[in-house]
Design a protein around this ligand. Sequence first.
Ligand code: F6R
Length: 606
Amino acid sequence: MCGIVGVTGTDRSLSILIEGLKRLEYRGYDSAGVYVNDLHGHDYLIKRPGRIANLEAALTDDINGLAGIGHTRWATHGGPSEANAHPHYSSDNRFYLVHNGVIENYAQLKKEYLGEVTFRSQTDTEVIVQLVDKFVVENNMTTEAAFLKVLRLISNDSSYAFVLMDREQPDTLFVAKNKSPLLVGLGDGYNMVGSDAMSMIKETKKFMEIGDHELVIVKPDHVDIKDFTGNDKTRNPFEVDIDANSADKGAYPYYMLKEIDEQPAVMRKLVQQYFGDSDQPQINEELLKSMAESDHIYIIGAGTSYHAGLVGSRIFERLCGVPTSVHISSEFAYEQPLLSKKPFFIFLSQSGETADSRQVLVTINENKWPSLTITNVDKSTLSREATFTELLYAGPEIAVASTKAYTAQIAVEAILAKAFGEFIGNPEAKKFDVKHQLGLVANGMQAITDSKKTLEEVAARFLSKPRNAFYIGRGIDWTVSLEAALKLKEISYVQAEGFASGELKHGTIALIENNTPVIGIITQDRTAGLTRSNLDETEARGANIITIVSRHLAQEDDTIVLPDVDQMLSPLLSVVPAQLLAYYTSLGKGLDVDKPRNLAKSVTVQ
Ligand code: F6R
């Protein structure tokens, strides 16, 4: 959701900006733009609606610079158009600004200070750049002082990552953030800023964190950090160990298919990372002690991560005997339930940047409650701000629809539950051989991804035409049905619902008509028969039935049969056919599988 790149101090600035923007494409966007300055009085601003390819097509050979800013925009205020694309600029063409986030009080600022200004766009961002200009020109302030004044006028509930450039100090990037992600990248003789480390990874592995409410001045040879009262701050850089090539698609037509296929390898990697040569998971003892002091685990997440939490809560309760509840972060942030006396919070987030989840973490930290972030992105905001971090080791997930992060989240929850359960002496944890089970899961996933042809045929036959579809199941199978339905709806635009199968007859069965696809997930001994009866009820009303069933429960006419694993870990397998059904349905409809409409990979606004 909006990507930002900035650079100063190299004649490769334009290509660094374009490469960085391409690496941020996964976040979702609908227009793109760059501003570059050659430090000798020439500057260039190019913006285009649509893909970065449109922007590249508009770049002529004479366009170059030693410093610049780039942006991919995901529309919030005003539709996708050249005028609304970033960078935005002041009426006198002196200041250029890129922004990720939402300025909640922009209308008020506009009314109070900028009544005379003619705006070129409908964005909140343009208000900020015009305001900086006004304070510099009319109040004779320095750019730094004017920017600081504007930052102080922005309401606290706003979110922003800003990079501002001034034609009169063209080698300087004025940078600030609140809630939205932004990092400094330290190059050799030049410096950068970007929404994430991947956007700069071709240039450097050395980064510097930016805190909320800090003003950062980035020049080619140094970086100054101040708080909003003007006090200097010092900060050590950190290094990240990411392979720049791991984000490439290789021979795959879409990232999503590559990422589905990577899941067996991710399971094996997790075993290797968390167990090494031992049979016991290697988990930070301080984390286990902190969890042991709590009386209730609260799992917080959004979308797919929330769904992974629903599975995790069942695993924690079984292996640790500790009450565990799961909450949608955007709900929890504003309707906090009554908490236990000693809560422990687990944040699940692939990106580590989701604004809704971060909003909850801010409150948790204010109350000094302990927390763990389980994330794919080391040093991401949620990782930096939580007490503890455990990583997913899934490699970059680029497709908007999350696949390998969901299964990695469940696997890490299971590893943690095993370690914690044993730490507090729960016999269920001792009995559960998670290392062996994850090995079985990896092999099972491999077998499912090897049978793509069947899933492609099922998708073409049953899912290509209908507008609606249902995934149903009970217990843990119901939680997977929620994730399965989300996958189908987000990339194929089939209106899909995940439903507790016993609940259908209490109203929703009215929606079943001839050829409505109803996909039953059946992996649990206790509920298999009941879900089959619920499927029969829908078939009697005209539904087309598809079944995803564990081998030991399978019957002759089941559609997809899954290898057997411990029933608590069955979501790791039952979700894979659902991911592939969504993929082939989207592909069959000729849709952009990796970049579905209206969606962003990293949701950095509330
Ligand atoms: C769906 C999907 C989203 C994310 C959600 C949270 O396929 O990817 O529902 O799961 O936006 O994102 P993270 O996990 O980065 O916090």
